[in-house]
Design a protein around this ligand. Sequence first.
Ligand code: ZN
Length: 120
Amino acid sequence: MSGGEGDSTKMKRMVDLLRSGAAMLADVCPLCSSPLFRLRSGDVYCPGCSKRVIFVKEGEDASKLSQLQAISELSSTVSQKIMELTTMAKHESDSERLYELGRCILTWLEVFERVKRFRE
Ligand SMILES: [Zn+2]
């Protein structure tokens, strides 16, 4: 053996991890593409890099984060639309068009209210 970290060393670590009660995850290490393991302590460990990996847990955290991001984007889009429609209404003299604009504004306001409630 040259003393380098070969696949057999990695395999041995993986076996040791499984023996210690760690669970193999479906995700791989972004650095060495080894399968990642969740230790009983909850930490995620890479047997290839032989170190702990800071990893966004699949499911809950990631989806909640993107959900919050989407909500904040939606919220700014909605307030922008309401302002645009208000400006349009200001310059509109056709009553039918005004009626349509009013309905649009009401719809957006409703979305805005829901988004606000969701964020609270
Ligand atoms: Zn790794």
